[in-house]
Every structure is written in C-alpha cells, then in structure tokens.
Write a protein that binds this ligand. Sequence first.
Ligand code: MLT
Length: 312
Amino acid sequence: ATLLASTALAQGYPERQITMVVPFAAGGPTDTVGRLVAERMSEQLGQQILIENVGGAGGTLGAAQVAGAEPDGYTILLHHIGMATSETLYRELPYETTTAFAPIGLVTEVPMTIVARADFEPADIASFVAYVKENADTITMANAGIGSASHLCGMLFMQATESPIVTVPYRGAGPAMTELVGGQIDIMCDQTTNTTEQIKGGTVKAYAVTAPERLEILPDLPTTAESGLPGVEVTVWHGLYAPAGTPPEAVERLSAALQSALADPGIAEQLAELGTAPSPAEDATPAALEARLTEELARWKPIIEEAGVYAD
Ligand code: MLT
C-alpha cells in the first residue's frame, strides 16, 4: 500500500501549492533567497510555492513548525547555518535536528559584512575595532535572535575583540536593517544578500567582509582575516528541508526542481549582484546537504560550548 501510495504521489506530485517556511521575518536575507528560489522552483514544479515567514527564537520556531508538519511534500523549510548552531545553542529544542528533517539540497553560501549606521564615527576597520573595544558597553548590535547567522557572527566578533557588546534581537535581519538605516541601532553583522544595496547606497557604513577573499562587488571592503580578525569568518550556507518521512519521490522531485532553479542564469545573476552564488547541482542534493549538516553540527558544537553562549 505504501509503495502504491508513494508511486501515485510521485506521478501526481505536486498536485497543489507548496508552503516554504522561511524562519525569519520578511525582507531579510533568508527571505530574499527564499523568494528568489521559490519563484524558479514553482516554474519547474507547475505549482505555486507560498512563502510563510515564521520568525522568532533565531529560526528555531520556524524549523520546529516544519519538523511537526505533515510529511506529505507540501511543507518545506529554507534554513541556514543556524540549523547546525541551534542544536548546541538551545539545550531544549522541540525537535531533534539530525532526525526531524529530510534534506533536499544546499542552495547558496552567503558571505557576511560587518556594518554600522552610516554616521558611525570610525573611518576604517582598525579604528572600528579600537572604538568597539573602548565603548563596548555603550554600543548596540542587532541580530535575528540566538541561532541566527547574525548572532553567530556577532558572537565570533565579540570573542575576537573581547568586547561584550549589548545585543538586540529582532525577528529577522530585515527589521534590524530598517533600524540600522534609521540610526536606532549601531552595528550588525549581516549577510551580503541584505547589506549590498545598503552599502552601495551609502545608507550603512561597511567595515569588513567575513569571507576568505574580498568580494568582486565590494572590492574595497577588507576581509576580517586581513584586518586582524581571523576567527571572524562565517559563510552562511542555506539548505532546503522537508519533514522526516516525506516520500522519497517527493524529495527527489523537489531536489530536481531546486537543481534546475539554481542552474537558471537569472538566479546566478541576481545572487551575484548580492555577493553570492547558487550551489552547484551536485550540492543541491539530499546527500550533500546531509553531509554538510553533519559536518557543521560537529564543527560548531565545541566553538559554542567554549564561548558558553546558550539560548536556554
Ligand atoms: C540571520 O540568521 O541573521 C537571518 O538570516 C536573518 C534573516 O534572514 O532575517
């Protein structure tokens, strides 16, 4: 019966619209990637993919919603490096990261930039670090909650500069960016998918990029490594997941649609303008995402335990 059901499902799947949960508020970097990819995937699948923004708790609320969803192929989750870090940051997660999801594939890997409100005094990264060390208790740093990429980058930055800055969590880097541009918050470490336009538009001031190499689109921005902050290196890999138990035929169909979407020249162009690139087809597969998640769970556990930073 199961084989029959899943075969029937595969022939007809998808028969109705699919929900893609983005575990952060609309308008942020994860939402930007989600909408770009969902639009192209729905063309491949012949069904609409509806974005549902479920913010809160650094992405773990949205992840929990998908972990508990019907495993029928009609609910998927776009999440990023936070899927790995939250497993250690939250000692009481309502789901088990390694068993609650069916990986579909890697999507993109986004560098981060250390930015400040446009009128922030320091002129360059060296004076920025000196200023932060001097004034940590009066500076405010935004993030998208414990478990977010902005939180992780901020944590690494605070460790490297030994500066316990006051952090302010938002339901996503979208709302946080609005307040940074408005000058209500001082600094943030955020993904280029959310900061490139603001940096080019001069509405925020950029100090460094957290990638191993400088970015083509922001050639004058030094890397953290060349700026005396070698430990502050974060590339935000993004993966697409379904709830565990989703029929393999549906997972395969979603992975194939993801691979086609990522091969679309328009996607590559749009992501390049935002400082990133689509994952290659061989990485947009369940096995590749499974392997990356396993690797990252092991990588960040000791770093977070060493920092002694927990959400609960
Ligand atoms: C984060 O982890 O900082 C998120 O990407 C923020 C967001 O997408 O809103």
